[in-house]
Design a protein around this ligand. Structure first.
Ligand code: GLU
Length: 505
């Protein structure tokens, strides 16, 4: 069998959506699982929809995810160029070739003429289609005489090349995910293959490149399923063997119906793009997973499981493990419902498994400049205490602010629960006890001290710990109180207790 070669072929018409990244990921996983090549091809023949910066964005996004192409516009390779806009000469050669077959013809109808016909049909309550039934009555090399065509060409009349869709044929198609299905060619139209500027449309350029680049498997989004019949016929027309096809189902909205959109992301507060994207026209910035604090390993792990079930009960898999296990037979036919909670769960799992030193690097940009006074050693200890409760690196600061600064106010409910008329007295005595302990302020020894203190004063532990926590944190949350005490140190601890006594009463 020839080598497995799979391409990801995005059009640079905007930022890559979550679904696009997942397609690239599945392309990559399948190729690598089969010991094959993963190719990135930029499909930029549609100049009207070209968005400045989109190509760089695609490259950076794949790079961040660790989905590294073997061949691409930047990596090069034996089948380049990998940007369609640079392959014009190749397409021209094949345009001449297909025009010599009975599968294509040229058409002179102007966009205005076609629009007028469309409206005529609409007025009759019908839908116009350029196809085997209508082509005889239109302005093309099938309907016109040879002389008429010649005359039009002589005066440089612009024309397009159209596919001549065969009539009354049943196409039996095979999709590696969806199984077999058939379509009647009478339901398909005569698609434009080459535009009047000589550039091929998506369909023609796509099959030429897949053939030239020796692509063995086309794994792409289900929005391309309706084009599969045409593509298979184009291979037939060119006398080429078609690759195998697999169409991936959609990523669905969190509520389960319809395609996940940017609007859903805005509504429920999660990104739908891998990286921040600044719209070059409006200047509007859409948040990316990277900038929201997701780790690339968590992001791709989460994404891979939106539509694929690995073997066993496993959920946490590295890219290498996913490559080993990936199987198109286990890719779901049905759409996969997006879940923000699940995405966050993955990030939490990956974050807490990172070495503290790496979390420190990720956390630092989130620390206000005023906090830089804390030593790395202290911040590393805070990370050790807080990472179990963090989803994103920044959470360690936001949920652990009390390590960095004294509480500015006290949660009202917590005050009601933890503080009564005797508390101020108890806390003042505790402050004295702690100031006598400056020599050993380790969490172990503090634990003992607090126990003794409670015993001496015939108090339950809660009567000591709750108000103390309130004084240190401002609410009844956070890691063990002795750990907090040790980290902030005796001077700060005593100041906070005294503050609480005077402010709460
Ligand atoms: N350029 C198409 C896209 O933007 C590629 C579709 C395909 O993979 O054939 O998705």
């Amino acid at each position: 069998m020839s080598k497995v070669r799979v391409r990801f072929a995005p059009s640079p018409t905007g930022p890559l959506h979550l679904g696009g990244v997942r397609t690239a990921l599945y392309d990559y996983l399948f190729a690598k699982n089969q010991g094959g090549d993963f190719i990135l091809r930029i499909e930029d023949t549609d100049t009207a929809r070209y968005v400045e910066g989109a190509e760089d964005y695609i490259m950076e996004a794949l790079q961040w995810c660790g989905i590294i192409p073997d061949e691409s516009p930047v990596h090069g390779g034996p089948y380049g160029p990998y940007r369609q806009s640079e392959r014009r000469a190749i397409y021209e050669r094949y345009t001449r070739q297909i025009l010599e077959t009975d599968y294509a013809y040229i058409a002179f109808d102007t966009p205005e003429e076609l629009e007028a016909i469309r409206q005529e049909y609409e007025a009759k309550g019908e839908v116009f289609s350029y196809n085997s039934l209508t082509r005889q009555r239109l302005k093309n090399s099938i309907a016109l005489s040879e002389d008429e065509v010649k005359a039009l060409l002589e005066v440089q009349t612009p024309f397009v090349v159209r596919f001549k869709m065969p009539m009354d044929r049943i196409l039996n198609l095979e999709d590696l995910i969806r199984g077999n299905f058939s379509i009647n060619t009478n339901t398909l139209d005569d698609k434009v293959l080459v535009k009047n500027d000589g550039m091929p449309t998506y369909h023609f350029a796509n099959i030429i490149d897949d053939h030239e680049m020796k692509i063995s498997h086309v794994i792409r989004g289900e929005e391309w399923l309706p084009s599969m019949g045409l593509h298979v016929l184009l291979y037939e027309a060119m006398g080429w063997q078609a690759p195998q096809f697999a169409h991936l189902s959609l990523i669905l909205k969190p509520e389960g119906k319809g395609k996940l959109s940017k609007r859903d992301g805005d509504k429920f507060g999660f990104p739908v793009f891998p990286l921040n994207f600044t719209d070059p026209q409006t200047g509007q910035v859409s948040q990316g997973y990277k900038e929201a604090g997701y780790l690339p390993q968590a992001f791709i792990n989460f994404l891979a499981l939106l539509g694929w079930t690995p073997s066993g009960e496993r959920e946490i898999l590295s890219l290498e493990e996913m490559v080993k296990d990936f199987d198109l037979n286990k890719v779901h036919k049905a759409g996969a419902r997006f879940s923000k909670e699940k995405a966050e769960w993955f990030n939490h799992e990956y974050l807490k498994a990172l070495p503290d030193q790496e979390i420190l690097t990720l956390l630092k940009p989130h620390l206000p400049a005023s906090q830089s006074a804390l030593t790395d050693e202290k911040i590393l200890r805070i990370i050790g205490l807080m990472k179990e409760r963090a989803t994103f690196p920044a959470d360690i600061y936001h949920h652990g602010k009390f390590f960095f600064e004294a509480p500015s106010n006290y949660d009202e409910k917590a005050v009601k629960k933890a503080w009564n008329e005797t508390t101020a007295g108890i806390m003042s005595q505790l402050a004295e006890k702690l100031s006598a302990k400056e020599g050993d302020f380790s969490s172990e020894s503090l634990k003992e001290t607090l126990h003794h203190f409670a015993e001496e004063h015939h108090l339950g532990m809660g009567k000591v710990m709750m108000p103390l926590r309130l004084a240190l944190v401002g609410e009844l949350k956070g890691p063990d109180v002795p750990d907090i005490l040790e980290l902030i140190g005796p001077a700060e601890a005593i100041t906070r207790i005294k503050n609480a006594v005077s402010r709460i009463g």
